[in-house]
Each structure stands twice: as C-alpha cells, then as structure tokens.
Ligand binder design. Sequence first.
Ligand code: KG4
Ligand code: ZN
Length: 332
Amino acid sequence: MRVLGIESSCDDTAAAVYDSGAGLLSSIVVSQVSVHEAYGGVVPELASREHIRSIVPVVEQALAEASSGKDDIDGVAVTAGPGLIGSLLVGLCFAKSLAFAWEKPVLGVDHLEAHLFAIFLERGTGFPYVALLVSGGHTSLFRVDGVDAVTFLGGTRDDAAGEAFDKAAKQLGLGYPGGAAIDRLARQGDRARFSFPRAWLSPDSADFSFSGLKTSLRNFLASAEARAARVEDIAASFQEAIVDVLAAKAVAAARREGISRIVLAGGVAANSRLRERIEEDGKASGAEVHLPPLALCTDNAAMVAFLGERKLSAGRSSGPDLNAYAASRFSR
Ligand code: KG4
Ligand code: ZN
C-alpha cells in the first residue's frame, strides 16, 4: 500500500509518500520560520495563509519525488489534530478533497501519535517502549505497546519544554525559535554555574512544569549577578535545569512501567545535551535508548504517512465528517 501523508498542524507545511514495501519515497517540509520570527512566535492567521500558499506545491513535489500519481496512491493520511485549527484545516480540507477526487480512502491521524512512531522510519524498535515527546507545543510521556495501543503517562501542566527554551532565548535576545541557539551557547558554558529550579512535582509524577523556571530566569536576569555573568554560563545552567528533569522523568517512567526501551521524539530531541543525558541515564538504568535522526524528530509528513499506512492497511479510514481538533486527545 502506498500512502500520501499531509501535515500542517503548526508552522510547517509537509507532504510525504510512504510505501509498505519500498519504505519512505519522499518527504518535503516547507518551514515558515522566516515569516514568524519577527513576532517571536507563531502567528496563527499568518500560518494559515502560508499553508494555503504552500500546500499545492509541497504535495506536488512529494508526489513527483516519489514518481507517484493518482493510480499509485492507495490512500491519503492527514494530521487532524492537535494544533492550530486554521492551519490544520488547510491540510485537512486539501486531503479530503484530493481523496474524494481520486476516489481513495482518507484517514485522520493524530499528530502526537505520529511523532511516537517516527522511529520506525529509521531502524525501528520493538514494543513496548516509553516515548518522551518534547516540542514547542508538547512535553509528554507515553507508553507505546503498538499501533492503536498508546497510553498517556503524563505531560506538562503549563509550558512545553521547547516553549521554555524559546521564551528563555527571547529574554536573552537570541531570536526565535531559540532552542538551538541556547544549545549552541551552552556548549561553551558552565552548567553548574547558576542554579535554576527543577519542578519534580510528586516523586512518581510523570507530569512536568516549566513556568516557574521561566519566571526564575526573568528574575535572575534583572539581578546585578546576571549583568556580570557570561551568557554561555546562563544558557548552560538554564538548559541543564530542563534536561535534568526530562531525562530523569523519562528513565523513571520506563522503570515504573517495567519497560527497557526509551524513544525520544519532537523538535527538542535535537538538543545535544538532552541526547547525551538521556543516553547516559538510560544506559545506567539498563534501558536501550533510541534517538531518531533530527529530520524525523521535528514536524514532518513522513511520520503521518507511515502511521496512516499502518492504519489504512488494517482497514481503518475516516468518513466525510472527519474534522480538525485543537486540543490533545490524550489525557489520563
Ligand atoms: O517539533 P518542532 O519542530 O515543532 C513543534 O513545536 O511542533 O519543535 C520546535 C521546538 C522549538 O521550541 C525549538 O526551539 C526547539 O524545538 N528546538 C530545540 C533545539 N532545536 C529545536 N530546543 C533545544 N535545543 C535544540 N537544539
Ligand atoms: Zn510536532
């Protein structure tokens, strides 16, 4: 089965073609970062307009690179949520219209669930595994026992980890999105120089909280100590506060669930210190850690096409009432 995947939940317009036998045939991602950076964050209305501009050329390119047309595609998978409603609707309406015109099945895919299975586009892993999904919009832990067997273990009560990185970068004047800039500076900094708070919550909690950390950085930056500090040391110490909690909670969740595999997903999985720490902490606790390549961690349609192929192959499809949803469907 060959599936066209479409993703437009936030600020990337993406399309990909995945084939059950041949694997991933194409994956195109057009980023809108240059449109939003002047505003220091994603502007929903601008995002929708950019998706409208990009969706046709992006899908055409994905089909062309996969040498595929109407007769080669067996189904269309599209991100239905969670995300920005205006953005989601562009991809969703396009996918439904194309599937209708081509007389193919269409399937709505959950964006978070798709992230959790991106690992299978590379070398894959066995089930079950614990997945830490860390992006600009989400910070959650899941137990994955198979396709359609995903359990939410915990998530952030306020800011996502990527959001914390981006807001800190803004306070430090590093531009948007600033996660990668903090990562770069932190490599030259002393991570034990300053002590920022870690919100562990209750000992067995798989929940996260990063809003206190953000406030703590703001207060620190207003101090005389900060004016004399090296920005590299601030970045390294701030990053360590986030990474400490992410790595420890992922490893603890795997131990609690009796699972020996940990998978990292989402844009913050690009963070070099997080990759290092989760590998070290995972190894120390006897877990196998899977770090997908960065192109599969950030938003893409390959993961949507892959999960769509698994579900469409199993006979699943959506009806004409398929609609977009803004909030995550995963909760305890
Ligand atoms: O998954 P993603 O591409 O988009 C969504 O949020 O859905 O993730 C983007 C987030 C941004 O917050 C960005 O600052 C963060 O990932 N990010 C990083 C790094 N690279 C990207 N955060 C920390 N260190 C990095 N190297
Ligand atoms: Zn995402």
